[in-house]
Design a protein around this ligand. Structure first.
Ligand SMILES: [Zn+2]
Length: 117
């Protein structure tokens, strides 16, 4: 048996402190955005995206749309540190896409909230 040093594993509770609020104002490297945009373009040509779009429905307003008219949208915009990963990309109608562009993040949240009722 190995001798026990007697130190308590108190660092367990210490690791629970990573509960920081998200910071939306982290400046994002422009090159990083270009790189992520390129990744999005590749994904747009993929079978994954064709399947995703084939649901014929906007992710946000849930209205039916022909797959052709659905655009690719980043749940977390690239400008706010979002990535071109499959989990961050959703099919979105033009109306929602435009709204997301011109609304403030808070107004967009309100819009999403209004769609749920
Ligand atoms: Zn929509």
């Amino acid at each position: 048996m190995t001798p026990h040093t007697g130190t308590k594993p108190w660092n367990v509770s210490n690791s629970m402190r990573a509960n920081k609020p998200p910071d939306f104002f982290i400046p994002v490297d422009e090159e990083e955005i270009i790189r992520e945009k390129r990744k999005a373009q590749t994904l747009r040509k993929s079978q994954w995206w064709k399947n995703k779009r084939a649901c014929n429905q906007c992710y946000y307003c849930k209205k039916p749309f022909p797959a052709r008219s659905l655009t690719m949208d980043h749940l977390i915009p690239l400008a706010r540190g979002g990535k071109s990963t499959k989990s961050n990309i959703v099919p979105c109608c033009k109306e929602c896409n435009n709204k997301k562009k011109y609304l403030l993040p808070l107004e967009w949240e309100e819009y999403l909230e209004s769609l749920r009722h």
